[in-house]
Design a binder for this molecule. Sequence first.
Ligand code: ADP
Length: 690
Amino acid sequence: MGDREYGMIEDMLPLLVSNGKGNFTSAQIEAFNKFKKFIDHLPGGFLIYRADKSEEIIYANKALIRIFECADSKEFIAYTGNTFKGIVYREDYEEVVNSIEHQILTGGDNLDYVEYRILTKKGNIRQVEDYGHFLRTNVGDIYYVFITDSTDKTAKRQQERLQKLEVIEGLSLEYDSILYADLDADRITPYRMSKRLTKQFDGEIKAKSYSWVIEDFVKSWVHPDDQQRIRNILSPDYIRKMLSQNRTFYANFNCLYGEEIQYMQLRIVDAKNYGRISHIIIGSRNIGEELEQERQKKTLLENALKEAKIANIAKNSFLSNISHDMRTPLNALFGYIELAKKHIDDKETIARHLQSVSDAGKQLLDLVDKVLEISYLESQDFRLNEELCNLEEVVAGIYDEVAPVAKKKNINFTLERRGVLHPEVYADVEQLKQILLNLATNAVKYTGNGGKVNFIMEESVSPSAEFVTYRFVVHDTGVGIAQEALEKIFEPFEREYNSTLSGVFGSGLGLTIAKQIIDSMGGTITAESQVGVGSIFTVNLSFKLPKKQETAANTDDVEEFIKGKKLLLVEDNEINLEIETELLEDLGLIVEPAENGKIAVDKMAVAKPAEYLFVLMDIQMPVMDGWQATEGIRALPDPAIANIPIIALSANAFESDKRLSAKNGMNAHLNKPINIDTLLHAIEKTVMNK
Ligand code: ADP
């Protein structure tokens, strides 16, 4: 087809030059007219011009005239001066001519392709694509050219290019500089420049010699220790070697920025990923912050590991302490029982030994309680149980409990109240007692004979409308605590000496428990101490004040109320049943026993209304447990019987157990062993105020 086309144009040229006027045969003229009609109706522009200095236009088709927004060929000729030079936008002309000549010379097939702008007659700038052919003919050398308006296409391409750039920009945000290099051509162009690189590129986005830029960059910015390494890494040979294995690689180095050393990372990417490696992208970024974060994370983990290890060691030593501490009262228990057996007829000796058995049992119970307590406090289960109480009474109770022990040791134990104006507050009495009792007991325990312990309760000067703050200080002149031990005194499983060595009974848990409770109450506890001088423990706690005048329960009324009344005591353990029966009967109650939950339900099913004042129910029992029994009783047909107050008395002391009891329809939940005061309060709440 190319050959025919060339032939046709060659044939037609003489006619085109003279526009069909001259000495031509009618057949030639007919062919010429057909040809003209054909090219005039081509959808794109068509142009023939002389390939000499004149660049004279020999022919322009209608489509080209339309592209130039000229009315007809006359106007087009006038507008362009009838030369190719008049076609190309002035600023693009030189480049277009050079490009055409270069392509014709080097291309070999006399074809060229150029893009340039044109200015239409109406003043619009359009972008065109120009496919040119160079031809030698007997009427001279000519170019014939196909021109299409590519304005819209170019705009679209430009839009796509911009979008691509935006994507690259977005993805490479963290890079301070991005460079594009052609290793074969030894060229490098910045796409984004860090402050440093502006020196190498004079702040301009333009191509420079790759080898020069790299050398200048290394010398100007890279830390002397890293210069040779970075030079090697950025050598074209090394880059080619690395990129032949992976599409990308990176290198870290120290940079000098004035006095400051910055930690940088270079990332090198193969831009083409096919054929010979020459086009690459180099990105550089500051990774100091990342490294610092990484380092902090590592330290955090290391510390956590260290703490876990320490906790583990402490736990092991705690376990060995606790085993020893459990063995001590157990040995005493067995020892005194054996002794008692030997003197079975000697009442006085037996009574003495039984007292020792009871003491050892108490010690053991205390230990078990504390271990349970701590796991409870550490669980999610723990909730404070606030009730209205009198702080002065609480503190006095503690004083009374500890005073006999102090007296035995001939310790001067005093209680001081300072500025107490609002003793009636809401507090979790059990927990508060536990804290203060622990501090007072410790003070007496760790103070030698003839020492002094002062227990101070002080109200803060101005309470708010809702809260009052109290300071409790326990001051002793005892052995004191070494600084090292003092720092860890509230941590679990820590004792200054282990009990095996010190010989003083203790779990090392009391203060941990105290601190945890105080934390949960939103208070603080601090300890000051000096070995051989004494210790001061200070607790600050805020309590809610009652809104209206409420008073704590008066147990005398309750005792009066229950006298001669009957209760159902559900308990499977014989010893417990015996002890509890005796205590309840001492209160004037009549006890009807039931050995398990099933028997209890059966007894209630046949009971008369109001026959029983309330039910005291164990939880863990064979046949039917306390919760099931409660459900059974609540399901009885007579509401007067089904709604009887049921109080749980259980060894299951966790908050979750209490909640389960409530869920199963019990009115209160008390812990074993039975405490008369608490029982009376529970009766007051559930039976009398129901
Ligand atoms: P423990 O049951 O061992 O007394 P605590 O947690 O109550 O447990 O106390 C932890 C340790 O703190 C004790 O073993 C003792 O070494 C030290 N300690 C506590 N209170 C005092 C005090 N008032 N004087 C001297 N040492 C004390």
